[in-house]
Design a protein around this ligand. Structure first.
Ligand code: GLP
Length: 246
């Protein structure tokens, strides 16, 4: 796993957008796995700009989202369906038939998870997986302790994650469960790009990069991946010691 430190959030966002755009220019039918949260917003903004002003096309690409809250209908304003539509899928030329977000309102969530894994397999696997990181090191909604061999499944959210995400929900009550792509689902991606910005991610970043690889720090799994890179701003890199490429 390599780490690259950029001066600020805008620089990470631009660099991440270039990674995605470069991949699509090379192979327009690439399969991407994408995150939500505040961190990727700048990358999405850049990609939308590239679509509008430079003609970057997403029409042949396939998209999978990392996760969705369980129990939220796709039109719930705090759902990741709505987030993705507002910030990305609704602003580009994505083919709706090739856009997959786990259905948090599926009557049989277990079957939905299986369906999701099957769709990823059918698409030929993930080429580029873009990730954010939670303050406790979670990736997707794989909280500390998530087995490295896990697949797409229903998970319980930690209290700390629910607290961080509470503001998106009425009465500050975030859902208790989610559907997330599993650790092995993520690990099977041909390449992984993790984005982190801000001092509130510095502890998780340092633990993921420098402590032992452990299921108690989900992002540390990426150290064993042959093509994983971290794009950090200086704040997110501020707890790192020596030995990290600049
Ligand atoms: C959520 C998402 C993650 C995301 C994380 C960090 O819990 N499920 O995929 O990486 O939050 O979000 P942010 O970028 O807002 O800090």
């Amino acid at each position: 796993m390599r780490a690259r430190v950029f001066p600020d959030y805008e620089a990470i966002s631009t660099a991440a957008a270039y990674v995605v755009a470069g991949r699509l220019e090379e192979e327009p039918s690439s399969v991407l796995m994408l995150p939500t949260g505040i961190t990727p917003l700048g990358m999405y903004r850049r990609l939308v700009e590239m679509h509008r002003s430079e003609g970057l096309s997403f029409a042949n690409a396939t998209f999978f989202n990392l996760d969705e809250y369980l129990g939220l209908a796709p039109d719930h304003r705090a759902s990741y369906h709505v987030y993705m539509k507002e910030h990305f899928y609704g602003l580009i030329d994505a083919d709706p038939a090739r856009v997959f977000v786990p259905d948090g309102a599926a009557p049989d969530p277990e079957a939905e998870c299986e369906r999701y894994e099957a769709a990823i397999r059918e698409a030929g696997g993930i080429d580029v997986c873009v990730l954010g990181i939670g303050r406790n090191g979670h990736i997707g909604f794989n909280e500390p302790g998530a087995p490295f061999d896990s697949r797409t499944r229903v998970v319980a959210l930690s209290e700390s994650t629910r607290k961080v995400n509470a503001a998106d929900f009425e009465a500050d009550r975030a859902p208790e469960r989610a559907i997330t792509a599993g650790m092995a689902t993520i690990f099977d991606s041909k390449s992984v790009l993790l984005l982190a910005s801000g001092t509130n991610k510095a502890g998780a970043v340092a633990a993921a990069v420098e402590d032992e690889v452990s299921e108690s720090m989900p992002a540390s799994m990426l150290r064993n991946h042959q093509s994983a890179v971290l794009f950090l701003d200086e704040a997110a890199a501020s707890d790192l010691g020596h030995g990290v490429a600049g």
